[in-house]
Design a protein around this ligand. Structure first.
Ligand code: HAM
Length: 410
């Protein structure tokens, strides 16, 4: 028997209904903040992703050559594509641009619960606003979208300038290695490497910074930081908006394009793969041949949110089974259409079953049966049977639609 590729999933109708319910809540929140949906290609030139992050990232991607010999990659994330699209299509549009997306991404990772090779992100990118208010808007929106889903999480906000200030004397590749240790919370790795470089002091400062949750203290550890005022103002905006968050100056972010404020969200009830949100301020456009526009955004790991929510309760749809004899079939087709036009899910027998078998099937799959036999066909009525109570009545079609609609509204 053929199986789906490793790290991918199939979704049955019930799961898709639950996913769409949560997706809709995310979209609806973003819409209210003025973020409009964009869509980019599922694959891009490989260079789009290696330009900032280096060739190393190829290991984690689905990379292939097309028949024309072009090197392409399935997108591992959407931010780079959105910024490429901004440069191609919307460079001159009035700023700021508020965009959002819901799209699948592909990463060649070792699959486990909450970590897949194909997964979905709901994200936003705010392009062209370089202020504390912009940073705060993006964080606040992330929190509101997560709140709308009902997930319980911890939000951590930091800023790269603290770490970068401490690391500024090191070569850039070494800085990146140290940030990678910090990102993985590998403090031993960090300490050992810095000790071998005769900089144990730096290891101590970086670890203290990672464990510090107070702005004043962080400024004391990291020294003079040009972004100080902006960082204070961002925190003030977040407090004024009532966002629940904690400060965390150990956030380094895995991706390479971040320049300032960074933030992450963690679901409280998930295990190892509990990061459900990641984002921050970044600059990418200049790398792709555009202006050096400041941007800020985040992506929510949609699948992890769904795992965290577990079995969600969503409103059950009312289902009507249209049941007929041969004499009633023509009339039944019209009846089904009337129910569907009224927005009611209606299903007809396709198996040429007898009346009894149709009813038996309906009792397992529907809430109401609408029966059209010879008598109903001749009199232009229907028999409406409530499959839960067993109660049944002959009535005209409009009355039956009204009764079923009233049940759906309950
Ligand atoms: P990221 O942190 O790499 O950031 O991914 C965002 C989220 O996607 C993660 O927090 C996680 O929930 C989810 N995720 C990542 N990998 C997997 C996986 N293999 N399986 C399931 N979920 C996964 C970005 O992608 C940035 N583009 C975010 C951003 C937008 N920064 C600025 N704008």
């Amino acid at each position: 028997m053929l199986q789906k590729p490793r790290g991918t999933r199939d979704f049955l109708p019930g799961e898709m209904e639950a996913r769409r319910t949560i997706e809709w809540r995310m979209r609806e929140t973003a819409r209210r903040w003025g973020y409009r949906e964009v869509c980019t290609p599922e694959f891009e030139d490989l260079e789009l992703f290696t330009m900032r992050s280096g060739e190393g990232i190829v290991e984690e991607m689905y990379v292939f050559e097309d028949k024309g010999g072009r090197k392409l990659a399935l997108r591992p994330e959407i931010t780079a594509s959105v910024i490429r699209m901004y440069i191609n299509e919307a460079k001159v549009a009035p700023k700021p641009l508020r965009w959002c997306y819901f799209a699948d991404c592909f990463r060649y990772e070792r699959p486990q619960k909450g970590r897949y090779r194909q997964f979905w992100q709901f994200g936003v990118e705010l392009i062209g606003a370089d202020t504390a208010q912009a940073d705060a808007e993006v964080i606040t929106l992330a929190a509101e979208i997560l709140n709308a889903t009902g997930v319980t999480y911890d939000l951590k906000v930091g800023h790269l300038s603290f770490m970068r200030n401490l690391l500024k004397d090191l070569e850039y590749p070494t800085q990146r290695r140290m940030m990678a240790f910090l990102d993985k919370k590998d403090f031993d790795g960090l300490k050992n490497t810095l000790e071998s470089m005769n900089r144990p002091d730096l290891g101590m400062s970086l670890i203290s910074l990672s464990e510090c949750h107070d702005l004043t203290e962080a400024f004391e550890i990291a020294g003079t930081i040009p972004e100080k005022e902006r960082i204070i103002r961002t925190a003030e905006c977040l407090d004024a908006a009532g966002v629940e968050y904690s400060l965390n100056f150990g956030i380094a972010r895995g991706l390479d394009y971040y320049t300032g404020m960074v933030f992450e969200g963690f679901a409280q009830n998930l295990g190892a793969e509990n990061q459900i949100l990641g984002g921050g301020a970044y600059r990418l456009a200049h790398l792709f041949g555009g202006d050096d526009v400041a941007s800020c955004g985040f992506a929510i790991g949609f699948d992890r949110v769904m795992v965290s929510l577990g079995d969600i309760q969503h409103k059950k749809e009312t289902v009507v089974a249209i049941i007929c004899t041969d004499e009633g079939r023509r009339q039944a087709l019209k009846v089904a259409r009337t129910f569907r036009d009224a927005g009611i899910r209606s299903e007809m027998d396709l198996m040429e079953r007898g009346l009894g078998a149709q009813l038996a099937h309906a009792s397992r799959s529907a809430d109401f049966a609408v029966v059209i036999g010879r008598r109903e066909a001749e009199s232009g009525t229907v028999t409406l049977k409530n499959l839960q109570s067993g109660e049944q009545k002959v009535m005209d079609l409009a009355a039956a639609v009204k009764e079923v609609s009233a049940d759906g509204a309950r």
